[in-house]
Design a protein around this ligand. Structure first.
Ligand code: NAD
Length: 370
């Protein structure tokens, strides 16, 4: 039995509550599907600050570097609002992203049939939606230099951010998108604003080159980022894999995700470059939501975003597509049965808590396995 190493970083607020349900899914898979997951656990965010005065310790970083995948709950909360900027809870997350070299952020937007009526779009526009947004995560305008505010001395200031992309950064992110498309519907839409930005011109050029050189079997389309924003709310089902830069991806992935329902439902993955020897990528999986201080400790948190993030780990870090499909099907079945945590409540639904939702997902896994 192959051993697969996971590092669990529950973090703060509802993080430990939702990771607790992921742990049950891992134990179930180990027992019923012989998956051989071995879990280590450590602190991140405010809980790490309380224990070590740092948002993540060097020892936890070493574990993250050696793990096959890191599964994170959430960080932050009002308790740590006043701590120094360098050790604030989010610094733990940023250190993980930076030191693991996680340049590709994957945000799926999937509409579970049972939740189609809770979308802000009409059912027919959203039912069956299954798209993936691939956002470049470590470059672009959030990191480019110069980045500063200059006092012009005449009562005016100048704020500067710099959008920079180099060829290798575009090559590696579009490769992630093309590889994903090969496992899905075979279509990539690359988005930039080459009509007004030089970095967009280069982005387009490199995407075309990588496509014709390495991925001629995948369909490649291009769309300007502002037009994409419109199309996402007009006819989102036309897209399979979308690849775009850090800034546009930040905004467009939030639009796409919210088409499909609550924050408690949204998973994500962040991947690094493939290791030259093993071909394995460093990877961090986490729900999109935060630590939800308003419901912490009440047993109300929806664990689906975190469980579905682990589902992405099954698919992208461990090549366990059958198990990932089973988990997705179990989630869909539970929703079809009408079970809802409070964040998903509509008329006629049963409100369940975090643990009951975990119980129901495991019951469905058992049924699907049987
Ligand atoms: P949040 O995502 O924590 O919560 C927003 C709202 O959504 C709240 O009403 C919350 O109860 C609800 N919600 C979120 N996740 C839920 C779930 N799984 N089930 C049910 N309801 C859920 O965002 P916020 O309130 O803006 O931030 C709270 C803290 O989390 C802040 O300290 C913020 O910095 C931090 N944060 C962390 C991350 C992260 O860890 N990646 C992301 C966003 C915010």
């Amino acid at each position: 039995m192959a051993s697969r190493n996971l590092l669990l970083l529950p973090g703060d607020g509802i993080g430990p509550e939702v990771i607790g349900q992921v742990r049950r899914v891992i134990d179930w898979l180990n027992q019923r599907a012989n998956t051989g997951f071995e879990c280590e656990k450590d602190l991140v965010g405010g809980s790490a600050y309380d224990a070590h005065g740092q948002a993540i310790s060097d020892a936890a970083m070493d574990l993250a570097q050696s793990a096959d995948a890191v599964i994170l709950g959430a960080v932050g909360g009002p308790k740590w609002d006043g701590v120094a900027y360098e050790v604030r809870p989010e610094a733990g997350l940023l250190r993980l992203r930076k030191e693991l070299g996680l340049f590709a952020n994957l945000r799926p937007a999937i509409c579970y049939p049972a939740l189609a009526d809770s979308s802000s779009l009409k059912r027919e526009l959203i039912e069956g939606l299954d798209m993936m947004i691939v956002r470049e995560l470590t470059g672009g305008v959030y990191f480019g230099e110069p980045k500063e505010i200059i006092d012009l001395g005449n009562g005016q200031k100048r704020g500067i951010d710099t959008q920079i992309y180099e060829t290798y950064e575009i090559e590696r992110i579009v490769r992630v998108a093309f590889d994903l498309a090969r496992t899905r519907d075979g279509r990539v839409t690359s988005s930039e604003k080459r009509n007004v930005m030089k970095s967009g011109v280069l982005w387009h050029e490199v995407a075309v080159e990588v496509h014709s050189r390495e991925y001629p079997d995948v369909e490649l389309n291009h769309i300007l980022a502002d037009a994409l924003a419109m199309q996402l709310v007009r006819a989102p089902k036309q897209f399979d894999v979308i690849v775009t830069d850090n800034l546009f991806g930040d905004i467009l992935s939030d639009i796409a995700a919210m088409l499909t329902g609550s924050l408690g439902m949204l998973p994500s993955a962040s991947l690094g470059a493939p290791d030259e020897k093993t071909g394995k990528r460093k990877a961090l999986y986490e729900p999109v939501h935060g630590s939800a201080p308003d419901i912490t400790g009440k047993g109300l948190a929806n664990p689906i975003a975190c469980i579905a993030s682990f589902g992405m780990a099954l698919r992208y870090s461990f090549d366990l597509g059958d198990e990932a499909n089973m988990l997705d099907n179990a989630i869909a079945a539970v929703l079809a049965r009408g079970l809802r945590t409070a964040d998903l409540m509509g008329d006629g639904a049963d409100p369940v808590g975090t643990v009951e939702m975990g119980d129901a997902i495991l019951e469905e896994m058992e049924r699907l396995a049987g």
